[in-house]
Write a protein that binds this ligand. Structure first.
Ligand SMILES: [Mg+2]
Length: 316
C-alpha cells in the first residue's frame, strides 16, 4: 500500500471515528450496535447530542489546529501552538475536555499552565492529548522514531502535566510511524514499550497486552491508558476499519475519543480506501475561532497529503 494511503487513512480515519462516536459520548456499552445492528447498512453518521450528522468534535478540531500550525511553521514552536489552542478554547467550541479547558484558560504562561494544573489537581492523565495526535503523528513520522516520540511528548505536555499522557501520545505517534512504514503495529508493541519512560512502561504494558480487554480497565476510558488500550484492542480484535470503529464506540463512555484514536490507528492500518464513503461524505470539521471555516473531506485530504510530505520537502 502507498504510504499516502496510510497517512490519509490516519487523518481521515480519526476524524470519522470522532464524528461517529460523538453522539454516543457517555452512553452505555453496546449502544451503537443496538442502533445499527447490521454492519454496512448505513445511517451511522446520525448526529445527536448536539452534533450534526458527520460533525467532528473537539478531538478533530484540535488535530486540525496542530496540522495547520505544523504546515505553516514547519517546526515545533510550542508557544504558538499553545496560543492557537487558547484562541480556539476562547471561541466557545461545542465541547472541550475539562482539563484542556482549565489549562488553556487559567491565565498561566504556556510552559507552566499544564504543570501547575497537575500540581494542583494531581490528576492530569486524561486522553485529551492522545485524541488530537493523528496529524502530528503523520507529520513527524518522516523524522524517525526518536523525533516523532519527542514531538508527541512536547505537544502533549502543553495541556497535560502528567507524563502518563505524554507517554501514551508518544506510543500512538510511534505506532502510526511504524504502520506508515508497512510494519504491523500490533507485533511491534513490545519494541515500542521499550521506548516508554520506565516509570510508565508497566501500566502501558498491561493495557497493550494481547490478552487485555477493555472490561479490565481500572479507570474510565477518558483516561489515557484505557483509551489507548481500547483503541489497540479494537484494532487487534477486528478485521476491517468499519468493525474496529464499531467495536470502539460500542465500549461506551468517551466514545468520540476512543473512536478517534481507533480511527487513526485503523485508518493507517487499512488505508484511506477502507473507510466507507458513506462515512466520509457527510464528515465535516467546524473550526471555532476561524471566522466560520468548516473543513470537509477534500480539505482533510489536502492536509494529510501535505503533512505526509513530512519534514524532508520543506527542509530541502
Ligand atoms: Mg470530543
Amino acid at each position: 500500500m502507498m504510504r499516502i494511503q496510510r497517512a490519509a487513512g490516519a487523518v481521515v480515519g480519526s476524524a470519522v471515528g470522532d464524528a461517529l462516536g460523538g453522539p454516543f459520548e457517555f452512553g452505555p456499552p453496546g449502544a451503537f450496535s443496538a442502533r445499527f445492528p447490521e454492519p454496512g447498512a448505513g445511517g451511522e453518521m446520525c448526529g445527536g447530542g448536539g452534533w450534526d450528522p458527520g460533525e467532528a468534535t473537539d478531538d478533530t478540531q484540535m488535530a486540525v489546529l496542530v496540522a495547520e500550525f505544523l504546515l505553516e511553521r514547519g517546526g515545533l514552536d510550542l508557544p504558538d501552538v499553545f496560543a492557537r489552542f487558547q484562541r480556539w478554547a476562547a471561541s466557545e467550541p461545542k465541547d472541550i475536555g475539562l482539563q484542556t479547558e482549565d489549562v488553556l484558560t487559567n491565565g498561566m504562561p504556556w510552559d507552566l499552565a499544564a504543570a501547575i494544573h497537575f500540581q494542583v489537581n494531581q490528576r492530569a492523565a486524561g486522553n485529551g492529548s492522545l485524541m488530537r495526535a493523528s496529524s502530528s503523528a503523520v507529520h513527524f513520522a518522516a523524522a524517525g522514531q526518536a523525533a516523532t516520540m519527542d514531538a508527541a511528548r512536547r505537544i502533549a505536555a502543553l495541556t497535560h502535566g502528567d507524563r502518563a499522557a505524554w507517554e501514551g501520545t508518544a506510543i500512538f505517534h510511534e505506532l502510526i510511524r511504524l504502520t506508515l512504514e508497512d510494519t504491523d503495529p500490533l507485533t511491534a508493541i513490545p519494541d515500542v514499550l521499550a521506548l516508554v519512560h520506565p516509570d510508565h512502561r508497566g501500566r502501558y504494558a498491561t493495557v497493550l497486552a494481547p490478552a487485555w480487554h477493555p472490561d479490565q480497565a481500572t479507570e474510565f476510558n477518558g483516561a489515557v491508558w484505557p483509551c489507548l488500550g481500547s483503541a489497540v484492542w479494537a484494532l487487534r480484535t477486528t478485521t476491517s476499519f468499519e468493525d474496529a470503529i464499531r467495536a470502539a464506540i460500542d465500549l461506551g463512555g468517551d466514545t468520540d475519543t476512543v473512536a478517534a484514536v481507533t480511527g487513526g490507528l485503523a485508518g493507517a492500518y487499512y488505508g484511506l480506501d477502507a473507510i466507507p464513503a458513506r462515512w466520509t461524505r457527510p464528515l465535516h470539521v467546524p473550526l471555532p475561532g476561524s471566522d466560520g471555516r468548516v473543513l470537509h473531506l477534500t480539505d482533510l485530504l489536502h492536509l494529510a497529503h501535505r503533512l505526509a510530505e513530512g519534514l524532508s520537502t520543506r527542509q530541502a
